[in-house]
Design a protein around this ligand. Sequence first.
Ligand code: HSE
Length: 382
Amino acid sequence: MKVAVLGFGTVGVGVYGMLAEAAGLEPGPVLVRPGKENEPFKVSSIEAIVNDPAVGAVAEVIGGVEPAYTYACAALRAGKHFVTSNKALVAAKGVALNKLAREQGVAFLFSAACGGGVPFLHNLALARESDEILSLGGILNGTTNYMLDAMQRLGLDYADVLADAQRLGYAEADPTADVSGLDALRKIMLACAVAYDRLPVEGLLNEGIESITAADVAHFQSRGYTCRLVVSGGKNADGGVSAYVEPVLLRVGAPECSVLENYNMARYEGKCSGSIVLMGQGAGRWPTASAVLRDLSGILRGERYMFSEACAEGAADNSGSVHGYYVRLPAALAGEFEAESVETDGEIARLVTAPLSVQAMHETVKKLRAEGASVFFAAIRQ
Ligand code: HSE
């Protein structure tokens, strides 16, 4: 099967290189920006790809919702299988693309959009057919894991480790999506859609690592904690789903603490299987390209969809998830939370809250920040 590649950046170069070696697949035209067609296989018009009868599948690795969505629709309407690594696209338009692909009788697969090289969605889609998925979670952003690991283990500064993650090809073109938790949130949205037929597009909560300081790191490390950016999702008692992202303080020795550099650790809990954990590189050229190739090879074996026919957009409800938090904030605001312990150091207070809902925590901090306060918080897992 001849595969056209949309985009020739970090991942596109990897996909194109792997296609030349893959059994049953061959590299086709590559879509680049006008003026960048400096080699014969590069084209700058999507029409040249969708109108090419020799192209059987299109692999999109541009990122962002547009023009990727327009290109995806054009490829599917032309009867091409469509594979993407683009979480923003699938989180925003996945339900519509799933419907269109099914109408056209072609594949819509996106392993690489969640977990980089880790075959998380693929295994989740298999597991949900025979087991009930009770919960989902883990570490699904390589950039922030790389940054937190380097800050904590090597004592490096936030700005330096972010620059390193960008140089190594882990971060998004705009790394705000990584450090704000939005990239990880999009991934847990996709996992919920695969596991529960519900793509949550409202009621979502994401807290990233933008507020963490070297002093925060020193403080919780001295108390035996390591910080990771963790995604959580699951089925609520009423049949709804929860989906949120936040930094979590873990006791050294917790499994997530062994996730270093750009690695991801994806987890689901099946009613019968118990906890299943998958670990591997969550970002970077070759891990991500390997997931795109895995989908393309899967098409040759007859794989077609990750979302079921019933998959629809819905809302998340995080009001039932409750735990204690570590909070660093101006001392004058310490009374905003019911605290189990408070340490004050001049103008700064560091406290451990009584258990409260994820919803209440995120909303309270949003309000305090809107009033100008500098706040860092992380859930505490004992
Ligand atoms: N920026 C993403 C990450 C790339 O760091 O995980 C892989 O999805």
